[in-house]
Design a protein around this ligand. Structure first.
Ligand SMILES: Nc1ncnc2c1ncn2[C@@H]1O[C@H](COP(=O)(O)OP(=O)(O)OP(=O)(O)O)[C@@H](O)[C@H]1O
Ligand SMILES: [Mg+2]
Length: 727
């Protein structure tokens, strides 16, 4: 059930029950009030009757007194009554006048119609006289009279009455006006008999049965009507009583009307409450509805469902929190997607790198042999020999192939770097003359060195390579000229910034950026630029290895590279290199070594490839050194052990069967602490022994005669290697 329905239902239920309870209380109170009113009405009627009766009694007593005086004066003559009775002035208020002698025998009787039977009068008189009453109630058989009795005497003798005078009045006149409506009735009862009642005989019987001794009797059902009865005795013996009946009909009609009114009001209250509840719930639940819809849409994967924001209440706060959460989740999902893409890309590059590295390794050995022998040919062929040109072509082709292999190795980070701690500004300033040669005249080249700038630990040759590749690319991107800017500055990478550029780590960096105002790149191109052999240039113009090399060098140097570019808005390549807190290494001022040894030092050459070993041996011995050779590490140890002269230089491959180069070098150094080690390798595997490579010299395959002899000379004459190779 929806919240709004629940709210509405509960509001209607609450309104309805409250209204019903109120109406019940009102109705109950009104009912009680109505009963109370009927009761006090009846009591008032009784009371009024009592007052009237009392007044009548006084009037009757006064009249009886006058009549008694008259009768006394006429010595009890019956004419007293007859004359007075016929005199309208004296008898109009009275219905009965009786004169009785001293024996209580009626001598004269005057009554208005209907006539009062003399026998009944005689009976009533006897009863009154026996009770010595001065007032009382006489019943004629059809009417009830209120009477006053007054004896009269002869002279002042009060002991023997001469007779008695009775004056009476029918009770109808007393109750006139007491029961003005149909809803109330006044009944008289004489000796268990109701007088002149309008009730049916069964109604009278029922009334007689139900009236109790109490003043009030409630809920008496008579002739299809319900009454309240208030009864009172009129005579002391209880033979005469008055009963006032008050009908409930009017009050029940009033109550019925009240019921209808209250019912109507209740209905109105429920409808009004429901309507109000609907408006209120609609107002309050609409933002909630929108939130629920938003949540549902979010569950379906739609995070753009428009939410009602900005309300200052709790729902508004929750909606805003949900919106924030939605945006964060969206951003996280985007970041996750981006990271996944990066990871996929990294895996792809890794696989490509491994493949390229494997090819490059074998290729280097082949190239070493080709290049070496072309060197020998060039050396030994006379200047005039026609084959010299061919040898030179072979040498050039081998050099080009070696450069390509180096690029491949750089991309797959298998190149052995020889890093130095240096100031990037001075390195770029030195490289500027070379770079300017690459930049066409229609492009303005600017270098903006950042100051102060931290030092970085990089291979200077590789940084030059990066600068060259990026510069060439920028120039190619600006065929109609433009602006090329190279700049450096210190950057502190915060946690948040690093997280967005995973796998970058927070810390201090030196930023080298190369930006151009060229044609820029679209998203698809941008996503693939670091892949080897990806190029958008026409056939023969680009190999697609430029940025792959840059990527490999930067990664191998512990840095990161990012590119910002949009079609038509130029590109900016940012290379982050970790800052180092040590001063720059001193540049070697040593002169180029002599290519010939004078002291005939001993060089042990260890290489598993026969052709390469033979070539290296040929080069070194031709430079005047004495040469020992070994096929692998094990043999090298044996050779060293048998050698009568101490070995000065160990020239060894890194990756060899049985014992690896660094391990073997370590053991030999244990025997010959002065031993200088030169590693010759086309590449270094990831995870290779960095420690063993420290304090050693490095010669890149494929080597030439000159480079090999130069390296041996350097090893013999330098106090320590200029740079420790890193992988
Ligand atoms: N500054 C730049 N502006 C626009 N596009 C560029 C920029 N630098 C590189 N690219 C795009 O990246 C591609 C790959 O560049 P990369 O340097 O790896 O290879 P290349 O320049 O095509 O060939 P080469 O091996 O000769 O360098 C380019 O073909 C070009 O589409
Ligand atoms: Mg390029």
């Amino acid at each position: 059930m929806r919240l709004r329905t629940k709210f509405l239902l509960s509001l209607v239920v609450v309104t309805a029950s409250l209204t019903c309870a109120t109406l019940l209380v009102v109705r109950q109170t009104a009912g009680l009030h109505a009963v109370q009113e009927v009761r006090s009405d009846a009591l008032n009627t009784l009371h009024t009757f009592r007052v009237i009766q009392h007044e009548h009694q006084i009037a009757l007593a006064r009249r009886a007194d006058l009549l008694a005086t008259l009768a006394m004066m006429r010595s009890g003559d019956a004419s007293t009554v007859n004359e007075t009775g016929e005199d309208p002035w004296q008898s109009d208020e009275f219905d009965l006048m009786v004169l009785a002698d001293s024996n209580g025998q009626i001598v004269a009787l005057h009554s208005t119609i209907p006539a009062f039977p003399r026998a009944a009068a005689q009976y009533s008189l006897r009863r009154s006289l026996s009770q010595k009453a001065t007032s009382g109630w006489w019943y004629s058989g059809s009417r009830l009279y209120q009477v006053a009795l007054q004896p009269f005497y002869e002279g002042d003798d009060q002991s023997h009455p001469l007779g008695t005078v009775v004056v009476g009045r029918g009770v109808e006149s007393a109750v006139q006006g007491l029961a003005p409506s149909h809803s109330s009735r006044v009944l008289f009862r004489y000796d268990q008999k109701f007088l002149a009642s309008s009730l049916s005989p069964s109604g009278e019987q029922s009334l007689a049965r139900q009236i109790g001794k109490e003043l009030f009797t409630e809920k008496i059902k008579l002739d299809d009507d319900v009454f309240l009865a208030a009864s009172d005795k009129l005579s002391s013996d209880g033979s005469v009583s008055i009963t006032v009946l008050k009908s409930y009909t009017e009050s029940s009609r009033y109550l019925r009307n009240l019921n209808w009114l209250l019912g109507g009001l209740g209905l109105l209250a429920v409808i009004g409450g429901g309507l109000l509840g609907f408006i209120v719930s609609d107002r309050f639940t609409r933002p909630l509805d929108s939130l629920v819809e938003g949540v549902r849409a979010f569950e379906r994967g739609d995070s753009s469902y428009p939410l009602t924001l900005g309300a200052p209440d709790e729902v508004g706060l929750v909606t805003e929190a949900f919106d924030r959460m939605r945006r964060t989740l969206d951003k996280n999902a985007e970041q996750k997607q981006e990271l996944e893409n990066q990871l996929r890309q990294a895996h792809k590059m890794e696989a490509l790198g491994r493949l390229a590295g494997g090819v490059a390794h074998d290729f280097n050995n082949v190239l070493t042999v080709i290049k070496g022998h072309s060197d020998i040919l060039m050396d030994r062929l006379p200047e005039s020999a026609s084959l010299r040109a061919s040898a030179s072509q072979i040498e050039k082709a081998a050099s080009r192939a070696a450069a390509l292999t180096r690029q491949l190795l750089a991309f797959c980070r298998m190149q052995v770097l020889q890093p130095k701690v240096l100031d990037l500004n001075s390195l770029i300033t030195d490289a500027c003359s070379l770079l300017k040669k690459l930049v066409r005249e229609d492009i303005s080249f600017t270098f903006q060195p950042g100051s102060p700038l931290s030092t970085v630990r990089v291979d200077p040759n590789q940084i030059e390579q990066i600068l060259m590749n990026l510069t060439v690319n920028a120039c190619d991107a600006m065929p109609k000229g433009g602006q090329l800017t190279v700049s450096t500055r210190n950057v502190t990478v915060e946690e948040k910034f690093a997280r967005a550029r995973s796998p970058m780590k927070p810390g201090e960096y030196v930023l080298l950026s190369v930006s151009d105002t060229g044609h820029g790149m679209d998203g698809n191109t941008k996503a693939r630029i670091f892949e080897p052999f990806f190029t958008t240039k026409e056939q023969g113009r680009g190999t697609g290895l430029g940025l792959a090399t840059v990527y490999g060098i930067v990664k191998q140097s512990g840095g990161c590279i990012w590119v910002e570019s949009q079609p038509g808005k130029g590109s900016c390549f940012e290379v982050y290199l970790p800052a180092v807190n040590s001063p720059a290494d001193q540049q070697s001022t040593e002169k180029s070594p002599e290519s010939r040894s004078e002291n005939a030092e001993v060089v042990l050459i260890v290489e598993d490839e026969d052709e390469v070993r033979a070539l290296a041996s040929e080069f070194v011995s031709s430079a005047g050194y004495r040469v020992l050779t070994a096929r692998d590490g094990k043999e090298a140890l044996e050779v060293a052990g048998k050698s009568k002269e101490p070995i000065d230089v160990l020239l060894t491959d890194v990756v060899m069967p049985n014992i690896r180069g660094p391990e073997m070098a370590k053991r030999l150094k244990g025997l010959l602490p002065e031993l200088r080690v030169i590693y010759i390798s086309g590449y270094v595997e990831h995870g290779a022994e960095n420690e063993e490579l420290a304090d050693a010299f490095f010669l890149q395959k494929p080597f030439s005669r000159a480079s090999l002899v130069e390296k041996v000379h350097e090893a013999l004459h330098s106090p320590r290697p200029l740079a420790t190779p890193i992988i």
